[in-house]
Each structure stands twice: as C-alpha cells, then as structure tokens.
Design a protein around this ligand. Structure first.
Ligand code: GLN
Length: 532
C-alpha cells in the first residue's frame, strides 16, 4: 500500500495557523475513514522544543513517549483524538545528528557528505518510515517556518524530491498564505501571496492547493486573481477566514469541497457515507460552543504574556466546561505581580496554577496556593502548582517557616520539594527531565480515586523535582494527604486537603491528555467544583 502525502508549507509570515490547517485537513481525512496522522517539521537548530522558552515559542507539548515537542503536536492530538509519537516532530538538529553520526561511523564509504543527497535522504527516510510503520493511508506533513527561510530549504528540497519520486498522484502540496484587507478600501490584497508562491516555485515546488487566511471569506475576484498568479485553479484556492473556534475550520474547508479535491488528486474514488462520523464530531464542536453560566478561572502562572504558553491548559478547561455545559472564562495573572494584592483572586470561582520553572514569580504562586486554601476556593495545581502548594502548606500550616524547593532555594533548611535522586548526576539540560507517561497508583477513598474512578492512571510528566518523602507524615497529620504515587511509592503524584471544597495538586500534566469531548478527569472535577 502506498501512503499518500500532503505537504503543508507556509508563506508571508509566521503564526498564520498552518498547524490548524494541517490538523483540519487531517481531521477531514479521518472523518472520511482514512488512517491518518500528522508530522511537524521544525527547521530550527534546537534538538527539540524542551529547552525553549514558552513565552517565545509557545508551550512545550509532552507526548506519551516523553517527547518535548512543538505545540502543534498538541493540536494534532486534539483534532484527531489520537496520540502522536515524538518521532513526528522532526528538527534540523535531529537530522544533522543522524547524518554526522553515520559519517563518524564511516557509513558513507568515503563519500563527500552533503546536504543533497545525504541530509535530504535522511529527511525522506524519517517521513517514509512513519508512513510505513504506522501503515497510514495519508500522512500530512507540516513544514514549519516561512518559505524563503534559509533553515527550511533542505526540508522543502526533500519534500520536492518526494513528489518527484512518488508522483503527483501520491503527493499534494498545500500552501498557506495571507490575504490582508486594508481598512480603507476593504479590498483583499493578493501581492504577498503572489510573492510567496513565486519563492516556492523558485525552489521547484508548485502548490496544488492554496489555503488563504483572511478576516472575511475570500471573494471570488480575489480567488481568481490568486489563481492566475499562482498557477492554481480557482476551485483549488480555499478560503480560511476567521471563525469563532479553530475546531470549525474543518467544516469551512469541507464546505468548499476540499475533500473531493484531495481525493480527486489522489485518484481515490468511491467515498463511503461518513455521516455518523460527522454527527459525532459536530456534537463535540457544538458542545464547545456553550455560553451558559460563566465559570471564572484565575490562571496564575509565570508565562502569561503569550496566550500560547499554556495552550493545552486553556483547551483542557474548555473541554471540561463543555462536558458540564458551562462556559469557562480564563484570566491570566502574572504570579510576579500577585504579592501584596492576592485578594484580587477572591472574585474567581476557581484558581489554577500550571507548570513552571525557576524562582521568578514563585513566591506569588505560594501566596496564591495559600490564599485558595484559606478562602476555600477550588484549586488545581499542576506540576509546579502542585509542588508550590505543598510548600505553602509546609510554611503556613506545618510551621516550617522556610519550607521551599531546592530548585528555588538550594540551601533551604526545609526542602519540602527536592531534586529527583537520579537527577543528581545529570548535567545536560536537554531531554533529561523525568518525561512522558508513567503509571500512577491511586489510594482508595480519596478525592483522587473519586476523580479518576480507578486505582490506576497513566499520565505524562515533565519535571526534575519532587515531594521530599521526609515531610509526608507531618503533612498528613496536619490534614494534607498524598493520594497517589508512582515508581513503587518513590514519587508522590497527587495531593489533596479533604476538609477543603476542592484542593487538588498533580505532579503530572493532565492537560496533555484532554481532548474535545473527552476532558481529562482532574480538569472536569476542578471545573465542576468551581461551578458549584
Ligand atoms: N520546575 C519544577 C520541576 O522541574 C516543575 C516543572 C513543571 O512544572 N513542569 O520539577
């Protein structure tokens, strides 16, 4: 069986929503009963996203198999409701590492090692391996960056070669661009699109389909103009205008006939009736649109200046709201500014503290966790938010005045949170945290057991520090219990205060397992408690 490939490239500027176009096309194929998956190429030189600041680059998305990936992988998982392995996020560093390693082993048998063919071969090998290993009908590959970037050239060259080798009946190029409207005249401008397609053709790629971002639907005259200048027939120029939710994009592309176009180009015929798939998907999308009774959540964290820094947490809250038929509004509050006016949090129905690293803003989070406890406001602490909730309890209930994490205060007299023992010998920061899915055991008769309705859950992790077991007894005597553990009780995974309305912390990252229509359990329980 020959897997069909769809390559998605981007022009004009970054941040156009290539990831959403890629996910939407993949979703439409999945709804059409195709076995489909997505790959994200990131042409930057980092080996993975793990060492990148979320404020600059958006959230680091953690996969089940412990990959620290670009946040688009999260979009793919949420759209497709399927796990994406870490091999699906390809970077320049990974490609070059493999090539250099092979060269050092002498595998190139005396050849001069070059970008073409050695680097491009390695890119093609990885893409084809995914298609073969997973026996996919269609693999949608998104090439990050913007056409014209130096970094993406070897990748685009590899994709060009794949089209030549596999033939046009097996490979389609989709180019995503922007048609801005100038306020004064309201006309949709096509020049940036024209230039970006010229750039693409200069490197040998003629797009088959255009997906054009615009604020209102692309006018027929604009489509015709884009068609003429880009050499793509007008019916293959698709409008990707602004919609209320990214999950509505598959529908607008479908309505313009994109699936028929793709199937025609691939020479696939005889589409079966997939209305049941559509009904299921549409019911989920409708539920996300609820506007009933707002639940106000304060999200107190470190990386609040970019909405994308906590994108999975935002989605997970919405999934949970949709499940209980309530809309959730989120205010991001910078934990650096909270001390001195923590009272501002009293107007919220619930307080969530997501993950984070380092000392800046940590004291604000500790005050936040303490405030939520004292005022009986539902609290969900994730990873850093779990660790700092324990520190707050240590300081203000157990009277360990200087309770802290050795991440924040290496010489603290009361290291309530301390480095994982196996981390003591780690010197490289990249890829060395405790990562990915681990099995967690839940104690009976606890909020945790009620939330997960099971004595076992598997969740994704990304941390270097953990609860210091020395303090567990004192904490439990004072009313905070650790209700789940992992690695033969070596690690504490959940905490709760039974006398509180809802005070819950998790060492893992539940947000990465939340999907539209299937909220992760701790989010659902938190939003339920906040709504009541
Ligand atoms: N900085 C903490 C640790 O490394 C928490 C990490 C996180 O929130 N992802 O353990």
């Amino acid at each position: 069986m020959q897997t069909k490939f769809i390559f998605v490239t981007g022009g004009v500027m970054s941040g156009l929503g290539k990831g959403v176009v890629t996910s939407s096309i993949a979703k439409l194929l999945q709804l059409s009963n195709q076995k489909v998956s997505c790959v994200k190429i990131d042409p930057y030189l980092n080996y993975d996203a793990g060492t990148m600041n979320p404020i600059a680059h958006g959230e680091v998305f953690v996969t089940e198999d412990g990959g620290e990936c670009d946040m688009d992988i999260g979009n793919y998982e949420r759209f497709l409701n399927q796990n994406i392995p870490k091999t699906h996020n390809i970077t320049t560093a990974q490609i070059y590492s493999s090539v250099i390693e092979a060269e050092r082993k002498g595998e190139y048998l005396g050849a001069c090692v070059q970008i073409i063919p050695h680097v491009t071969d390695e890119i093609k090998r990885r893409i084809r391996k995914i298609a073969e290993d997973e026996k996919l009908d269609v693999l949608v590959v998104e090439c990050g960056g913007t056409v014209g970037d130096i970094e993406s050239l070897p990748f685009l060259e590899a994709l060009r070669q794949m089209r030549l080798e596999a033939g046009s009946q097996n490979v389609i190029f989709v180019h995503v661009t922007l048609a801005p409207s100038l306020d004064v005249v309201g006309e949709q401008k096509t020049k940036p699109t024209q230039h970006s397609v010229q750039e693409l053709r200069r490197i040998g790629i003629q797009p088959d389909l255009m997906a054009v971002r615009c604020s209102s639907p692309l006018q027929e005259s604009t489509k015709k103009k884009i068609s003429m200048f880009t050499n793509v027939t007008a019916q293959d120029v698709f409008s990707c205008h602004d919609v209320k939710s990214i999950f509505m994009v598959p529908q607008i592309l479908y309505d313009q006939g994109i699936i028929d176009t793709i199937f025609r180009k691939f020479g696939k015929f005889g589409l079966v009736n997939t209305s049941e798939n559509w009904d299921r998907w549409n019911a989920i999308i409708r539920s996300l649109d609820t506007t009933q009774g707002d639940v106000k959540i304060a999200m107190v964290g470190k990386y609040v200046t970019l909405a994308d820094s906590y994108v999975s947490v935002n989605h997970a809250l919405k999934h949970a709201g949709a499940k209980i038929g309530r809309s959730v509004s989120i205010d991001w509050i910078d934990s650096e500014n909270i001390n001195g006016n923590v009272d501002q949090l009293s107007k919220y129905n619930g307080i969530l503290v997501p993950g984070g690293f380092g000392v800046r803003g940590a004291e604000g989070i500790i005050s936040t966790a303490n405030f939520a406890r004292e005022k009986n406001i539902p609290y969900l602490g994730i990873c850093f938010g779990f660790q700092l909730a324990a520190i707050a309890f240590g300081r203000y209930v157990c009277n360990y005045k200087n309770a802290n994490s050795t991440e924040l205060e290496p010489n603290t007299a009361n290291p309530v949170v301390d480095l994982l023992p196996e981390q003591k010998t780690v010197s490289n920061m990249g890829g060395s945290l405790r990562l990915g899915a681990h099995e967690i055991h839940v104690k009976g008769n606890t909020l945790a057991a009620k939330t997960y309705n099971s004595d076992k859950v598997i969740r994704r992790h990304r941390h270097r520090y953990e609860i210091n077991k020395k303090y567990i007894d004192v904490f439990e005597k004072n009313g905070l219990i650790f209700s789940a553990e992992s690695d033969n009780a070596k690690r504490m995974e959940m905490l709760e205060i039974p006398s509180h309305k809802f005070y819950f912390g998790v060492q893992f990252h539940p947000e990465f397992n939340s999907r539209p229509g299937f909220p992760e359990e701790s989010f659902e329980a938190f939003v339920r408690a906040s709504a009541s």
